[in-house]
Design a protein around this ligand. Sequence first.
Ligand code: HEC
Ligand code: HEC
Length: 172
Amino acid sequence: MKTKKKLLTFFYTVGILMMVMGLYAFKSANVHESYLPQTPWKNLKVLPQDISKDSLDYLMKGYTTALSVKCSYCHAPSTSDASKLDFASDLKIEKEIARGMIKMTDDLNANYFRPHFPEPKPAQVHVVNCVLCHRGVANPEKYLSQMGSMYQTYDPELINRKEKILEQMKKQ
Ligand code: HEC
Ligand code: HEC
């Protein structure tokens, strides 16, 4: 009788241990690193603070393709090691312009396209994106100004706005 009880307790203990270990293995096998909350980014002002590394990489690669540029078009070199980029730095005006572009694109999708989607409406729509206007050029306005009569509304007074702003910034 005593040995039977001892055996039962033994099997119970082993059983519970195996269950706990099984649950733990199940948990660690299913949680992929990219789905865990990421370490906070240093300087996000328009993108969500908790955006995963995968999503951020996907967006950034999209910007480079849409504009046919490299990361360094918007991101300034690091001050300590010029061979590396300092992604959190706000030294380049292109990064600030891009922030406005991200906000504009979100606004167009949310307020001008999503309302016309049939019910049940998706939480987010992506009708407008960078490439819709940029089509592989960094500045569509400058590019279209070379198309002659195709782009008649172009105002030559506004040429090189970014460069003019940069000049003013240097003088101050
Ligand atoms: C068209 C401009 C543009 C290009 C090109 C671009 N980025 Fe960005 N990137 C931004 C902007 C704007 C932000 C900040 C977004 C915000 O404020 O929410 C940012 C933020 C980041 C951050 C987060 C930095 C932090 O901690 O605050 C990383 C990392 C990053 N970019 C990597 C890249 C990489 C890698 C590439 C090239 C594959 C790239 N970016 C290309 C505009 C760009
Ligand atoms: C509705 C059209 C449109 C969309 C969508 C759009 N852009 Fe633009 N973007 C423009 C135009 C037009 C200019 C030129 C503005 C000027 O010269 O003042 C421009 C200029 C820029 C510039 C500055 C280029 C330079 O060096 O002169 C950057 C950087 C940029 N856009 C990034 C983006 C990114 C990133 C996205 C997507 C999140 C985006 N844009 C979406 C129309 C658009």
